[in-house]
Design a binder for this molecule. Structure first.
Ligand code: ZN
Length: 375
């Protein structure tokens, strides 16, 4: 296990790229950003917005929203800066939290039309359970409709533009067919969806028709209907994790203000607000790849100059991979398994090159030191 020399990006992240000097591509992009002509990008973006308006449809653009920090920023930006008539599309996550409910209502109440979609909860629960056993990733099924829904609404309602947030190829430094530009219609090529074919998720008792909400649309349909998809992050200098959070907080976003940071496995309180399962999923990710969400947060903070690499290591060591017992209990109850069975499944996904099991406590102990590698 090696880390980027500038940030704390580990080479265990799937599809991650490093240059010959051991610098990750997210850091390289951060440097390149200094040379980007942002005024030119802004003009390009305004041209796309004007093109969408010229189509003269009921809505100019679709923004897929959870009501969280990034989607709040996107929705306001589209409406107020670009002057677009926005239709929000909200796909309800598995086990929506009270804060999540509050935040999506808060966003809509700022003055947006919104279509809310919800998958058959019995099917979703089946898929969640199966994904936990098959990939050690219980939120994988909920991500399919999340990415597909805004595009499907655009196709079916003849809306010319879909505005997405972040291009992971740029901000995480991964290479997997996403492309490093502003085009977001191939969002299904990223690691999360790996194609976006709903049949990947199929379990015995279900048919492909049961999973139609999970299916990413055919690329041809975007061409036929002349629909553009863009990443706002590519076009706007203002885009940043912390900046978006500040922006959204000022507009009423609520965070996980009362929970212990040790329970949420991160040191900022404005991510993973609408489902507790994301926290549990980050813990499993930590055991699979040796890093969790605190590493992602720390990397952003290092790159954007808020933390030194040395100080960031403290945060990562303190919070990465942590998950409150309550979230584990809730999840086990939800998919109807025992806590013991939960840990048996998680244990089977633990990367034994990165962790060893303490024979007295039964806990997994890292063999690596954050920022250094295997010791
Ligand atoms: Zn880096």
């Amino acid at each position: 296990m090696n880390y980027c020399k500038k940030c704390l990006q580990p080479d265990t992240r799937p599809d991650i790229k490093f240059n010959n000097e051991g610098i990750c591509y997210a850091c390289i992009y951060e440097d390149e950003k200094k040379n980007i002509d942002w005024d030119m990008r802004k003009d390009e973006l305004q041209k796309i917005a004007d093109w969408a308006k010229s189509k003269n449809r009921d809505y100019d653009c679709v923004v897929g929203v959870s009501g969280g920090k990034d989607s709040t920023f996107q929705a306001f930006y589209a409406k107020e800066k670009l002057g677009l008539n926005v239709l929000l599309v909200n796909c309800e996550p598995d086990c929506l939290t009270e804060i999540g409910k509050y935040n999506i209502e808060n966003l809509i109440n700022h003055g947006f039309d919104c279509i809310k979609l919800r998958q058959n909860p019995r099917i979703l629960r089946k898929l969640t359970k199966s994904a936990f056993y098959k990939w050690g990733n219980p939120i994988k099924p909920s991500e399919y409709p999340l990415y597909a829904s805004a595009n499907k609404v655009a196709i079916n309602f003849n809306i010319p533009l879909v505005i997405q947030g972040e291009n992971a190829a740029l901000t995480l430094g991964v290479s997997n067919g996403l492309g490093s530009d502003g085009n977001a219609l191939n969002v299904n090529k990223g690691n999360t969806l790996a194609g976006g074919n709903a049949k990947d998720l199929l379990v015995d008792s279900l048919t492909e028709k049961d999973l139609s909400m999970y299916q990413y649309p055919e690329q041809d349909l975007f061409m036929q209907k002349d629909i553009k998809g863009i990443y706002l992050q590519y076009y706007t200098k203002e885009w940043s994790q912390v900046g978006n959070a500040d922006f959204a907080i000022a507009r009423g976003l609520r965070g996980r203000s009362t929970e212990s940071l040790y329970d949420i496995g991160r040191y900022r309180r404005y991510t993973a607000l609408d489902s507790d399962m994301q926290i549990l999923n980050q813990m499993i990710k930590y055991y699979k790849f040796g890093f969790g969400f605190a590493t992602d947060e720390a990397c952003y903070d290092i790159r954007e100059g808020r933390l030194s690499r040395e100080d960031a290591i403290w945060y990562v060591e303190e919070y990465d991979g942590k998950c409150g017992e309550k979230y584990i209990e809730d999840f086990c109850e939800y998919i109807d398994i025992s806590i013991n069975e939960f840990w048996e499944v998680v244990d089977s996904f633990v990367n034994k090159n990165l962790f060893f099991k303490d024979k007295y406590t039964g806990r997994w102990i890292p063999k690596f030191k954050v920022g250094v590698g295997i010791v």
